[in-house]
Design a protein around this ligand. Sequence first.
Ligand code: NZQ
Ligand code: ZN
Length: 390
Amino acid sequence: MENFTHFIPTEYHFGKGAIDCLGECLSRFGQNVLLTYGGGSIKRSGLYDKIIDICKSASLNVTELPGVEPNPQIKTVRKGIALCKSESIDVILSVGGGSTIDCSKAIAAGCFYNGDPWDMVLAGGNQGGKSLPLVDVMTLAATGSEFDPDAVISNEETNQKLDGKYCCPNVSICDPTFTFSVPANQTAAGSADIMSHICEQYFSRVFDSDLSEAIGEGILKSVIKNLPKALANPSDYSARANLMWDSSVACSGIPAYGKIPTNWPCHAMEHELSGFYNITHGVGLAILTPRWMRFILKKDPTVTPRFVQFARNVWGLDSDDDAALAREGIEALEDFFASVNLPSTLTELGIGDEHFGDMADDIEQVSGGLEGDYVPLTKEDIVNIYKDCL
Ligand code: NZQ
Ligand code: ZN
């Protein structure tokens, strides 16, 4: 088992009515609040009105930054930083999915960055450790941004989308009832993201970190059980609650404790896809993950025991033929994604092979490539995985 350091200082409130503490939580940091949100889902669900009422009751001054895009753009981060400075903002209140929270993290850190915030993104995130306080109300089970320091910021001018470390939220409020309104396609894509977060950490060479293994397998089984329930009945509290907690833990780093870190290869490849084509993150992952699995299993059969464990412990499959069982586990994942109507090819999304070489080049330039990964991938391998997705 490998060494690790645990550091997630977020105060985490989970469950029905968790929002009751919002006024008090915000007031701890000051009176001037920047409220960030996306394209309007919080207005349609009534959450916006509830938030404004809470802020009024707590005598807070609210400045708004609406319109944070899915795959949040650096131009919106710039806008948010300018508002924080002009309105003397004390605390950011981010209400929405991972995109809104990620954008808010970059704003929070960007307020203390000397220079253009895109340079901060290129440098890997927060450079000085300082950031404005951030409180979030999470409305979508997917990224785990409510319980980690990461943010992923895009630049439509350069087709880049880069992950970095900015700040953990000071307070996260996760009420599963706020996810009842998430449409089926985003519910499924978010769940594919949760599963990918586990797969990126589970497929590692260390087998003896028992708790991490069990957490990873438990989260995968929970998504397999609860996603179909949430799709069948979007207001199924138990299903939505399980998905929400799965999402927070999956990307927190905890499922990787004691294991050799990987380069999160499917995320590296997916961020290129959504950087170039602005697709939904979880959809890209649902297409890439089974292809990546088949590719590495073929390239390096020494990983077979890991896939056998995945097939047995996650999907409940069994066979005396390890090679066949390994393949069946991958098929089970692919069939599950198909059963929840996730697209299974890039062709369905209108994506062709024209940028695959550029994307593989970018992965090398941005993160040093994937040659040091669980199964090392060359640029040619990456292009071939993309081609397998067509
Ligand atoms: O913009 P609004 O109107 O709010 O609508 C959003 C958006 O259209 C909608 N939505 C969110 N909550 C809803 C809702 N619709 C109805 N009811 C609700 N309760 O869903 C759509 C997608 O929202 P978005 O925030 O983009 O989705 P998600 O949470 O999946 O975030 C994706 C972004 O996070 C990054 C991704 O790359 C992508 O940019 N990631 C962030 C990570 C992190 N911070 O740790 C890790 C992840 O691996 C990921 O890369
Ligand atoms: Zn992800």
